[in-house]
Design a protein around this ligand. Structure first.
Ligand code: ZN
Length: 476
């Protein structure tokens, strides 16, 4: 906010949405809501709306029913629970558009390696040996705890034993698109792609419409682990079931070379020729699309998920984020799995997304702070197909919102709240998390995951992995 005038006009507009037929003070009875959540600053992430002071959001039956000035909402609504807003920013929850939640259990197992060495010598063999439904349950719960703590309210997951993922999401209260992965090799839950696709279809049928927070989808690993006809079959099945497909696209130079050698074209053009984009697609990474592929991705409305930490850590490259945004590709951010990150802190992705574009273009104006924040909220929601339901503090949307504390001295002084959210905030600064109208964290205490139990279970499983995998390998 630069001057008082702009915030007043914004609040007048917001107040008009919340007051129907009577002036708040003259209303005979207050209507009851589940929550009144306030903030010294409210960042709605609605287009062109600046951060505004001393606001609040009213939540009822899982939905945002009012957004406006705190005093007016407090007069109009009687809340079962109020979350005070002093020294807090109220904003939409973050959207993590790509990850492999249960890989938290493989965090730190093999660092500082390039993608194919990391995958084929460490990850795939460990997964085949250790990943079962119990591993996935524990690893996903660990991830859910970390995501709730850090203010992520929606994530897109792509892993094995999706029923275990879905149950963990159901119990921890987050919102997620849960992909049942299809890969044409022996995996922890299928012998090959045919079996994987059969299982994925059954998973989607089991979970579709069961819980509005758990959205079952299909995951296609990549063009280098699936034959062309298998990619075609995956899209056909997804269309039949009415679900999106999540897929790694143009992540590494290896993938580009593999595609050129085997299909005489790039991964994006290969997928286009197969008709793969004829249905909602969440494309993870997209580090190496060529300039002529970017308008095609925009035309096909492929949601591109940028994973800056993972791309930097395994030297995949720098995605052309600015060009994709300029051409209108829907763009979100992701952490990728905790084995290539190694945490699930989306604030770090927001910051690194901005920095990576600035350093690679040698232009400090590249990917400015509001654009980076948009990718983690409303932009990310749009990229994963939930743009009409979540991603901004808007009346009628699902109530997925967080409070970020400004009390830590690292926020002092405060000239520009968006600058601080992008360039200062970390997961530890998040103090409250509400998803679908349910409080999942209060005053930094995660309420929906048993932290001590998960810590114990993860440590026990990690001890077995260490004995079997790490203690047998000579260190590099
Ligand atoms: Zn991935």
């Amino acid at each position: 906010m630069r001057n008082g005038r702009s915030s007043i006009s914004v609040w007048n507009r917001l107040a008009a949405l919340t007051i129907t037929g009577c002036v708040a003070s003259a209303c005979a009875a207050q209507s009851e809501v589940d929550f009144l959540v306030a903030g010294d600053y409210v960042v709605t992430m609605e287009a062109n709306q600046p951060a505004v002071k001393d606001g609040a959001v009213a939540v009822k039956d899982g939905m945002i029913v009012a957004v406006g000035a705190r005093a007016e909402l407090a007069a109009k609504y009687r809340a079962k629970e109020t979350l005070a807003g002093k020294d807090r920013v109220l904003m939409p929850g973050l959207v993590n558009g790509h990850g492999h939640a249960a890989m938290t259990l493989l965090r730190g197992i093999a660092d500082d390696r390039e993608l194919m060495d990391w995958l084929t010598n460490y990850i795939f063999p460990t997964e085949v040996r250790f990943v079962d439904a119990e591993f996935v349950r524990i690893g996903t719960e660990l991830a859910c705890w970390e995501m709730i703590r850090g203010g992520t309210t929606t994530f897109v997951d792509m892993y094995y034993f999706p029923d275990a993922v879905a149950k963990a999401v159901e119990s921890c209260g987050l919102r997620a698109l849960v992909a049942s992965s299809v890969i044409n090799q022996k995996s922890p839950d299928a012998a090959d792609a045919a079996e994987g696709l059969r299982a994925a279809a059954e998973f989607v049928q089991r979970w579709k419409g069961k819980n509005n927070r758990v959205i079952p989808i299909i995951g296609a690993h990549s063009v280098y682990t699936l034959k062309p006809e298998q990619l075609v079959q995956i899209r056909a099945k997804a269309r039949e079931l009415g679900v999106p497909v999540s897929i790694h696209i143009s992540e590494s130079r290896f993938e580009i070379e593999y595609s050129q050698k085997n299909f005489s074209t790039t991964p994006v053009k290969h997928l286009e020729a197969l008709g793969f984009f004829e249905g909602p697609t969440i494309g993870a990474h997209l580090v190496w699309p060529t300039p002529d592929e970017i308008p095609l991705l925009a035309k096909r409305r492929v949601g591109a998920i940028h994973n800056p930490t993972s791309n930097m850590k395994i030297s995949s490259g720098t995605a052309p984020v600015i060009q994709m945004l300029r051409e209108g590709v829907p763009m979100g951010l992701g952490t990728d799995g905790a084995a290539t990150n190694n945490d699930l802190d989306l604030w770090e992705e927001i910051r690194l997304a901005a920095f990576l574009q600035k350093v690679s273009t040698m232009d400090p104006q590249a990917l400015p702070a509001p654009t980076a924040l948009r990718m983690a909220t409303s932009g990310g929601a749009e990229a994963i197909g939930l743009g009409a339901e979540i991603g901004s503090l808007t009346v009628g949307r699902r109530a997925d919102l967080i409070q970020v504390s400004l009390a830590d001295l690292h926020f002092t002084p405060l000239y520009d709240v968006i600058s601080h959210l992008v360039y200062v905030a970390d997961e530890q600064d998040v103090v409250s998390v509400i998803v679908d109208g349910k409080l999942l964290m209060r005053d930094r205490k995660v309420l929906s995951v048993d932290e001590q139990r998960v810590r114990r279970e993860a440590a026990a499983l990690a001890a077995k992995i260490r004995a079997a995998v790490l203690e047998k390998k000579p260190s590099p």
